[in-house]
Design a protein around this ligand. Sequence first.
Ligand code: ADP
Ligand code: MG
Length: 564
Amino acid sequence: MKKLINDVSSVVADALEGTVRAADGLRLIEGTTIVVRDDFEALRAAGKVALISGGGSGHEPAHAGYVGQGMLTAAVAGDVFASPSTDAVLTAIRTVGGPGGALLIVKNYTGDRLNFGLAAEIARAEGLDVAVMIVDEDAALGSAEKTAGRRGTAGTVLIHKIAGDAAERGLPLAEVKALAEAAVADTASMSVALSPCIVPAAGSPNFELGYDEIELGLGIHGEAGSDRVAIRPAAELAETLIGRIAEDRGMTAGETVALFVNNLGATPPMELAIMARDAIRACEARGLTVARIWSGTFLTAIDMAGVSLSLMRLDPERTRALDAPTRAPAWMIPGQGAHVTDKVPAPPHQAVAPAAGAGNPAMLAAVAAAARAIIAAEPGLTRLDQITGDGDIGRSLAGGAEAILATEATLAGLDGADFWRHVAATVRAATGGTSGPLYAILALGASHALTTDREAGEALAAAFAAGVASVTELGGAAPGDRTMVDALIPARDAMATPAPPAERLALAAKAARAGAEATADMSPRRGRSSYIGDRVLGHPDPGAVAVATWLEAASDALNSLNKG
Ligand code: ADP
Ligand code: MG
């Protein structure tokens, strides 16, 4: 187990202290794991209903993150995945409960029901007006006759908001409870997990998932789900989950809903955004209007990779309650369902559309061979960049090479400077990273220097030298910095040898290969490799290896053309 903790026994206390110190308006009750609004005394004096929720820890930012004006008055945290004690709940009630009474919002787990229920009983005996409501919006269990009942999951956060708005407006306890319970009846959730989670005290996962296995319909306590299936596209998963959710609460075409996309803990934001897109699409495909959308980390199962989706049926009043301001630090202002048609049009593409001419078959053959060699070298270049950089160069260069091959028909009608300008524009459009612009400027620099009034070999060498000069000018790398320049400079020098083009290319390719191999002993001073430092020693620079690769292929193509 590798976690950013101090001690397994202090994770809850440490996390709560961090939550309170990083936010405004929250306080810990001394010696407890109860977080309260710092203005709870004023609320009590005003006769407002106190809202108390909580449960086991491990669901951060729930529940302390939802304490604040407009949401909860207090959150009681138990140990990881363990209900807080009856006395802890009682302390919370005694602290924030007053003449307006208190509503306990409890997710449907046996431990929570017992501890919150018993605390409510005791507080009532002490003369406080305390009501308990249960959140059980988990669609995975359906009617769940054979289990402890439907669970309370991420949809609970929306319930906190609905209740919080009602309490803030000063509605009486029975009305706050009725509004929140009606919201539960109109809310359903379902989740998918890609990995189990690791409870700090256990140190290892509760269950194992195979390399390509996922769980559907799991809860938020690291328990296994209702279905174990093979990984499938996000769009399919979103459709399955939304289908089950809509069915569960009978949501049909023409209805308006809120969509709550929740990270179970370790989902990359990129994947969460993809699931949000696909969930919106799944709703739209069913004729549901998604009027409010959240996509973020709201109620987790520690470090589980996966997502839960929730839908809540909306009417104008409920929408207003969700939109009402709150200071709870973990709440997020929702989106309002912008449509794909809201996209900003792209500026028109400025195509280089030169007149088709006779072309230069030899040059085209050499360039196409170079492109094919780069595509074939992709896996090797990727591996080298994984060791010495970030692993993207193989795909970047192969993408550029594919774009060049895709424009072969146009290149076939071009010669001289036009040819290289078109290569530069193609590479510029298709290739990002560091290599992309450097290759584009290599081709552009060469195009500027191309002249027809010189012997072909001399013209080639001069154009190549001009391209290399552009690369060093733009990139700022010098020989010895461990970059593509360490292959390009020796190639440029070798190409200066008076000879016909094919011979000059062969010499250049040989020099580039030697230059690339020599980079294995160079300390990186440019590009991403410089962050890795001397750990790259022993491996050549992928950018330099790529130069040798395409120069060799171009040289081979030209030389076999000359022989044939
Ligand atoms: P990124 O670092 O953006 O991931 P790529 O993976 O596309 O870039 O390209 C990495 C290669 O770029 C390196 O192997 C090196 O040869 C080359 N490179 C990095 N910085 C420079 C520079 N300033 N000048 C010339 N080449 C460079
Ligand atoms: Mg890279």
